[in-house]
Design a protein around this ligand. Structure first.
Ligand code: SF4
Length: 255
């Protein structure tokens, strides 16, 4: 599998060149969300590791940026990107090669960790997941690894937000399980003082049904006064992926 893929048309980030530091045919994640568009997480883990070499990243990125100009380079991929313990080195390498903004889509599970926070501070955009306003729903929706608790995740998000000077967005996936908790989630997001709230529902095939446009519009009303974007009202840019076969293999990834 390639470490650099796309650019993909992302409804929240524009033309996004993906960097996958996990790059495993089987998802490696600290969650097993009920709406995941990848297969079930076989081994839920919080163990950070090196999955991809920096030489591979450098070579693929050099080639990619010679042939395409994305809006942003985004750490995402076949699982939770912060599980890659060489992300800091990866950021330094990308910065040497390009001045494009650097983003991450993270499930927030390791954001409490001081080393992870130190690394994430070197990015321009953090998009952090928060699907539940309490521990019961957190367990039910995200099925986290044993060591990950709702309290630890929420306090990690809050402390990261305070330390981060770039754009800090929260992504909330609304499904049947949390659709009646929009007010509680709006209260939490307002406490976090996030720059943007991304209101999402799973539109790609997965085990959970998407909410309708009307349901998501009603949910958005709970966030009144806050800066929201919604998947049903966003437009995607046109993109011309460098490797269409690679993208096809990854077509069910969350972007
Ligand atoms: S949706 Fe993201 S965080 Fe959740 S299990 Fe899938 S890859 Fe992991």
């Amino acid at each position: 599998m390639k470490t650099v893929y796309g650019p993909v048309a992302s409804w929240r980030l524009g033309k996004s060149l993906g960097v996958d530091l996990i790059c495993s045919p089987k998802k490696i994640c600290s969650f097993d969300c009920i709406y995941c568009q990848l297969e079930k997480t076989e081994k839920i883990t919080t163990k950070r590791d090196k999955f991809v070499s920096i030489d591979k990243l450098r070579e693929e990125l050099k080639n990619a940026i010679e042939h395409t100009t994305p809006d942003v380079i985004t750490f995402s991929g076949m699982g939770e990107p912060t599980l890659a313990n060489n992300m800091n080195e990866a950021i330094e390498t990308i910065r040497e090669l390009t001045s494009m903004p650097l983003a991450i889509l993270t499930n927030s599970s390791l954001i409490y960790d001081k080393n992870v926070q130190k690394t994430l501070r070197n990015l321009d955009i953090i998009v952090a997941k928060l699907d539940a306003p309490n521990k019961e729903l957190f367990q039910k929706i995200n099925h986290p690894a044993e060591k990950i608790t709702f309290e630890k995740t929420l306090s990690g998000i809050k402390s990261m937000r305070k330390k981060f000077h770039g754009k800090f967005a929260l992504q909330i996936m609304f499904i049947n399980e949390n659709k009646n908790y929009a007010n509680e989630l709006a209260e939490l997001t307002s406490e976090i003082e996030t720059d943007e709230i991304q209101i999402n529902t799973p539109l790609r095939p997965c085990a959970a049904l998407p909410l309708t446009k009307k349901e998501l519009d009603n949910i958005e009303k709970s966030f009144i006064g806050l800066n929201t974007i919604s998947v049903y009202h966003s437009t995607k840019p046109m993109t011309d992926p460098l490797d269409k076969i690679e993208l096809f293999k990854r077509r069910r990834m969350e972007l």
